[in-house]
Design a protein around this ligand. Sequence first.
Ligand code: FAD
Ligand code: DLZ
Ligand code: SF4
Length: 507
Amino acid sequence: KKTLIPILGDQLSLDISSLTDQQPDTSVLLMMEVEAEATYVKHHKAKIAYIFSAMRHHASALRERGWTVDYVALDDTDNSGSFTGEVARACERHDIESIRITEAGEWRVMAMIENWEDQFDVPVTICPDQRFIATHQEFEHWAEGKKQLRMEFFYREMRRKTGLLLDKDGKPEGGKWNYDAENRKPAKSDLMMPQPIRFQPDQITQDVIDLVTERFADHPGSLEQFHFAVTHEEALRQRRKFLDHALAQFGDYQDAMLTGEPFLWHSILSPYLNSGLLDPLALCQEVADLYAGGKVPLNAAEGFIRQIIGWREYVRGIYWREGPDYAQRNFLDAQHPLPDFYYNGETDMLCLSEAIGQTLDLAYAHHIQRLMITGNFALIAGIDPHAVHEWYLEVYADAYEWVELPNTLGMSQFGDGGIIASKPYASSGNYINKMSDHCASCAYDVKQRTGDEACPFNALYWDFLARNEDKLADNNRLAMPYRTWNKMDSDVQKQLRASAKAFLERL
Ligand code: FAD
Ligand code: DLZ
Ligand code: SF4
């Protein structure tokens, strides 16, 4: 009799908790490529290819370590197309007395797993996912009774728990917890800018690319520039490349955007952290060591560590705390459909065509593009946040609901009414002009507020504030812009609103 251990596509860690204390001779590991996971939203082709290839390579790595892996490929005859269908078939193929699985990363899949005990009439053990720093209980305990759940305070708890960047008295290195104020520099084109490693597809990846090309032709995105690491070793190489060549500048240029430069000084590690090829805590430990050794400045080390032990952990906590209905929230009652250009990049707004174009080519955009370009535009144009959420879940190689949904619906679209963001991340073209070089080459004029040539972000921004005044006017952090709006001449207000209306009607 054997224990069946399903390993999901984002559980590609060699020490995943479901394997703890298990023995190869009494276990069968089950990995399954299934239609339902690839199509519950239309994931970008490169995202599916990345996950399938990483899964196939991981199966080999597990076998090398002595495990028996029953691997169901997408095109295997009899593949039932779903996790539950494949667990059912595996229970018939093997003599199974129990099932063990590490908790899934989303409500949808957890609901499936919770039915297995009744469906298959064997005990099912669900193990906590130990790749995160905060347990569910720790997040709940921190959140309990608080009126506001601000990331910054949670982050300090995580610094204390891990000891990262604390001096010997337990005080934050350099005397401050957060050096974000130093991290808002615009960037200039720089021939020395590090580029992520472009990993050449091996035979396994090529087979997967062919499979995805054939089976998911109607999904967004292209496979031509497929560049991801697909093994633990390759992911470690990209990690090394980032630490040695980009981290030192990461802080300074974290919010910068440049035409034709998709990566800047970002790490491009999120797909590997989220699917399990890299360990988040070990990465942060090395960043702290590089700071301690004088190799990188504090604003870079602190900024990077905060993204991982702060933001990443915090959004996961919010996701599980808020429950499965979080995806349906729409605080601002935004109803506009998602414009087609999100799927083809065809718009003369250069900031958007850059961010969306690279997203379709690479399944990657960095944080400030996601937040202040595609996210900001959807927010101020009043796009239905559920449609925006599905788009983000589809197009980014690192997107799993636990991390994508709170970032999109909460942080970027204010759909939760301010649980994550203390004010909406709405801005006019001015911010984009300050942080990027896009406006200089754009068909629109960022300095004009109304008229055919005016940057559409400008009128949309004021229209957003005016449209949502009843819901947002009492937000302290919006007092300044509302004061400016209310001081505007009523003719100017009318022109701005008419400009926005005309633009939205054309959209
Ligand atoms: P870097 O800039 O190098 O940052 C380092 C690491 O910090 C990332 O790899 C990531 O693990 C972590 N990180 C940084 N910011 C966040 C954050 N806000 N939340 C969680 N982790 C963070 N990140 C995802 O991993 N998956 C998503 O589906 C996702 N969707 C997003 C949607 C929106 C609307 C926004 C605004 C942000 C989203 N993010 C998401 C967060 C962030 O944009 C990406 O983690 C980052 O761009 C990944 O690129 P990188 O590895 O080069 O990151
Ligand atoms: C995202 C994804 C895709 C596209 N395909 C698979 C798959 O075929 N098999 C699999 O095990 N996992 C896949 N995944 C990742 C799962 O959707 C992920 O494990 C769930 O989102 C649970 O967090
Ligand atoms: Fe974007 Fe407006 Fe700048 Fe054009 S002018 S790049 S639309 S912010």
